[in-house]
Structure formats: C-alpha cells, structure tokens
Design a binder for this molecule. Sequence first.
Ligand code: ADP
Length: 397
Amino acid sequence: MNNILVVNCGSSSLKYQLINMDNESVIAKGLVERIGIDGSNITQKVPGKPDYKIETPMKDHVDAANHMFKALTDPTNGVIKSLDEISAIGHRVLHGGIKLTESVLVDQHVKDVIKECFDLGPLHNPANLMGIEACEKNAPGKKNVAVFDTTFGMGMEEKAYLYAIPYEYYEKYSIRRYGFHGTSHMFVSRETIKFGNLKPDAKVIVCHLGNGASVSASIGGKCVDTSMGLTPLEGLVMGTRSGDVDPAVLQFICNKEKKDINEVLNILNKKSGLLGLSGISSDCRDVESAYDKGDKGAKRAFDVMTYRIEKYIGAYMVALGGCDAISFTAGIGENDKGIRETICNQLSFLGVKLDKERNNIRGEARLISADDSSIKVFLMPTNEELMIARETLRLTK
Ligand code: ADP
C-alpha cells in the first residue's frame, strides 16, 4: 500500500486525488462542491468505472471529508476497502508566512501558524485549515502534511524578496514578496531538468500561464525570483488581475472615481487584466478569437499580456546570469501554441528558435525548440497534486 491522498480545499469546495505512488498514477479524483450551501454534491471519477455522484446536504468541510472517504471506500464505485489503504494525506496550503518555509508534517504548532497567516491568505488559508481539521476528524491517526504555495518563493534572497519600503514593515508585518503557484513552479522546474536531461544546476525560467499567471527563475529547482508578491496580484497580466502597476494609480482612481482603497483593489483583482483591457473576457481563448476577427480591444489586451511576459523573461535571464531552458505550463502555456510562438519570436535575437512542428502540440511534455536554438524551450504540463503527493511521501516514509 502506497497511496497518498491529496486534498485541496476552497471556501465551499474540496478537491481530492488518490495517487498510487508506486507508479504515480491517479486512482481516483473527486470534487465536493457547494459545501455549506444548497445543492452540496460530490462527484468522483475512477478510470474504467462510471462516475460516482451524490447530492446531499453537507454543512461543513468535516461533512465533505466524510463523503470523500465514503466515496473512496464505496463497495461498488470506490477504489479502496478501508482507510488503512491510505498511507498519508497531503494538503495544499496557500500561505506559510515566514515561519513555515518547507512542507511539514501537521501538528498543533503548524495549525497555529497557518491560522496566524489568515491575514496573508484570507481567501484560502481558513479553508485549507478546515480541510486539515476535517481529515483529522474523519481519519484519526493518519499523518497529514501541509505543502505551501509559498515554499518555492522562500528560496529567494533578500535582495529579490524585499520591497524598498521602510524595513520596519518587513520586521513588524512580514511584508515581502512571497510568490505563488510555488508548487507548480517547483514541479515544472524540476521536471524540466529531468525531462530535458539538463545539468542538475540548470537555469530554468518557468512561465505558468493560466487564469492566474506568474514567471519564475530558478537554479537547480531553487527559486531565484518569481513574479508574484505579497499577494498573487503582482507581476504578469492575468485573466482579471492587473499585475504590476504604479501604486499611485490606486490613489488616483480613488480620488477620481470616489472609491475607497478596497473597491479599487477589487477592481485590480477582478476587473482588470485581459478582461479590463479587452472589455470582452478574462478567458484567453475568447480574447484571441476576437483578436482574429480584428477586435482592437482584444489586440490591446493580447499585446500588453505578451509584452509583460517577454519583459519578465528578459529580466530573469539577467537575474540568473544566463538561461538553459524556458518552460511553458498551465492552461494557456500548455494549450496555446500562438502565445508560445509570439513570446519566443521576441527572444529570437538571443538565438531562441522554436520548431513549428514540435510546437504544434497541446498538454504533453515536449522539447519545442529547434535543435540549433541557443536556449531549450519546453512545453511542460504542471501537476501540483503529484508534487504535493511526492512531498507527502518524502515526509512520511
Ligand atoms: P487556473 O488554474 O489559473 O484557473 P488554467 O491553468 O486552467 O487556469 O488556465 C485557464 C486559461 O487557459 C484560460 O485563459 C483559458 O482560455 C486558457 N486556455 C485553455 N485552453 C486553451 C487553448 N486551447 N488555447 C488558448 N488558451 C487556452
């Protein structure tokens, strides 16, 4: 028995995967939705079996975890006979602050720190903690491991993570750049080195381009820099997030539009990015199809988004003092050959050359640069669940 259960809780949802670590295959994956509201339901998918779907009231995450374990052990549609067949549980946790810098076995101290970090991750950390406690209640005695989205970014040096604001704010409130999508950047940077047969200390730039988007620069899988900051708002242009702006813009909008700072931050988080610039959609596919039909707003959004990515890649090459590989991942990075081509064309003066035929692919690990490209370019699908399972196995073996 070598099954790791990976749990990712949102405020009203619980996603899970049971992974057999002997061959890293997914045995079952499921989603509990609408926890605590009308229409709570669970859907579990198992290769080769019909979907297991039940709609029943679930008042909280403890109820949801109870249904997850029931689904996994269901005599007809389940995949295990009892919880004994789960060796440990790995939890995705957004924020570990400055105290939890590595994946850890959960104990009371770890739970206390996750709680202390509620103000750093107000949307995620409370749900993540509820998920841990729900598993502790439903599967007493099982080891739980917390894997933080911020761990990867904790590898940054002070010169990369500090904001140039009065230092006392770092000392008093731990205001610094943390970086997010860390589990994805960790997975993709390491997989790039493995898959590409690169030297162990290879310099890799990972472009995680999804609804949320970020770039990272790493050496041998250790983070040197990453584009998100104290919150996931900094950096690239995203589906609805602005990424980098002059902070004075906030005050300017407040004054002109008679809004308070929270309203303006909400605009930067939810109404900006591709959506704000195009006026069409936050979804890259919609923006691109409008662009193809000649829509000016869509072109504007596409251009600002790709230009920002290109600038970050350039900056990170300097930060790394060179670059052995660039990997594209997440929804846009894995599926959109056009964006990969646009970005790599801008890097052609450095000798970066895509191979059109190789780039004509979706969602599969592959070298997509030409043999004579100065820097190797890869499509590398991310797999945060597997990374969490690997960390959980490492800490509980
Ligand atoms: P997140 O996990 O951050 O919610 P994803 O990684 O699922 O986001 O990425 C979602 C984005 O991927 C959307 O902008 C979507 O348009 C884009 N995407 C998915 N498939 C394609 C495709 N075939 N071509 C272009 N973009 C795509």
